[in-house]
Design a protein around this ligand. Sequence first.
Ligand code: SF4
Length: 280
Amino acid sequence: MHKKIDLKACYALNVLLKNLKLHTICQEANCPNISECFSKKIATFLILGNICTRNCRFCAVKKGKPGVVDIEEPERIAEAVSRLNLKHVVITSVTRDDLPDGGAEHFAKTIYSIRKKMKKIVIEVLIPDFKGEKEAIKKVIEAKPDIIGHNIETVPRLYPIVRKGANFLRSLEVLKTVKALSNGIYTKSGIMLGLGEKEEEILEVFKDLRKVNCDFLSIGQYLSPSRKAYPVKEYVHPDRFDYYKERALALGFLYVASGPYVRSSYLAEEYLEHVEDNKK
Ligand code: SF4
């Protein structure tokens, strides 16, 4: 696969991130699409530091004791978004089980700061499960992002093996709560293939996501980020990604991105654009 890389644009984005002391999940998680996205001046911002309190075995983000919350970070994110003149921004975070609200307030402040600078931008947040705390989820909803994502990541059977500290039903409940408490916020989730899941388990997850009215879905190939991380059990053929996309769409998702290199924030603007095009 050949993708056009603009080294100058990549460099400029790296400098901007460094000057504003910002993290991206693209860098922290060794995303395979980083050159392509950075070439287009697109990055998924990682707030609340770059150290996670959980220990998911598929994830490259550093684990340990995070530092204090940087209260000026929301303003600097807004500054970066404005300088990049983004039309769509994706904000995510590490999981901060050490904070009473899991970092929900910080998410909300980041959304408000961006909105203050850029009225028309589409804001997508990819949130952790906040241990299922409804009040925390509500704080994010009240800040009115356009899309709230929470990744289901894998099938329930593999949670105790690769996603200790999370709970499949709790993650579903997060998406359900967003729909129940918000008016018009789209929900999105993502699943990785290649961790050892079976077809029937994947299709069951699709159905579960639709039962909580999840609007958007991303399906991508799991790539092991290090030798210590959970190993890849299968490299799924691209045709199978097309097959799962069709099966998911048949269940009523508004948009599904599916392919080996798809990540939950990859070409994130396409989901809503597709919905808007369908309205015309
Ligand atoms: S909670 Fe998220 S950032 Fe933390 S280890 Fe798991 S996947 Fe990585």
